[in-house]
Design a protein around this ligand. Structure first.
Ligand code: XMP
Ligand code: MG
Length: 183
């Protein structure tokens, strides 16, 4: 395992594991209150949202089912184009269900905006979004996101499920990458 210098690859820690957990607990309280008496299906977007899902769902009251989608966004490098292909669709029929999409990060918003309209076309009772991070300065489309963990500057971040070239997902904190990693 090539992990000897992983800690040094982060330039700035933006959020520690403790801060992330605390914020997710707060969001879970809001979500628990808003969906009281209703069944909600959590829909995670692979792979970045795995840890957000793991911690958010355990902070929610009651028994909450989950499902996953995997999509690929045609684009160059780290930029998404908004042209999306489904790699793995939901296992669940969401007709008449309350769907809460769980995401790691909203950057341009193009991917999530596509996913949202795709799910809305399946006649669910409702579709809302919960994202741990959002970059307001990078937005290319307006997205109505009901639950946002943290707003962050327009920098590339890794850790807590977020990757650079499939690396750093397992870092406990979220931080910006040091230039020596990608230059
Ligand atoms: P859009 O631009 O469509 O893209 O909102 C959302 C997806 O792009 C990835 N993404 C990132 N991944 N650090 C990452 O590790 C970042 O700073 C970052 N910005 C965007 C991510 O997969 C997200 O779902
Ligand atoms: Mg993602």
């Amino acid at each position: 395992m090539d992990s000897s210098h992983m800690g040094n690859d982060l330039e700035n820690v933006l959020f520690t594991e403790e801060q992330i957990h605390q914020r997710l607990d707060e969001l879970a309280q809001d979500i628990g209150r808003d969906y009281e008496g209703k069944d909600v299906l959590l829909v995670g977007v692979l792979k970045g949202a795995i840890l957000v899902m793991a911690d958010l769902m355990r902070a929610l009251p009651g028994s909450v089912p989950m499902d996953w989608m995997a999509v690929s966004s045609y684009g160059s490098g780290t930029k998404s184009s908004g042209v999306v292909r489904i790699l793995k669709d939901l296992d669940t029929d969401i007709t008449n269900k309350h769907v809460l999409i769980v995401e790691d990060i909203i950057d341009s918003g193009l991917t999530l905006s596509w996913i949202r309209s795709n799910l809305e076309s399946r006649s669910p009772a409702s579709v809302e979004i919960c994202t741990l991070l959002r970059k307001p300065e990078a937005a290319k489309v307006e997205i109505d996101c009901k639950y946002v963990g943290f707003e962050i500057p327009n920098a590339f971040v890794v850790g807590y499920g977020l990757d650079f070239d499939e690396k750093y997902r397992n870092l406990r904190d979220i931080g910006t990458l040091a230039p020596h990693v990608y230059s």
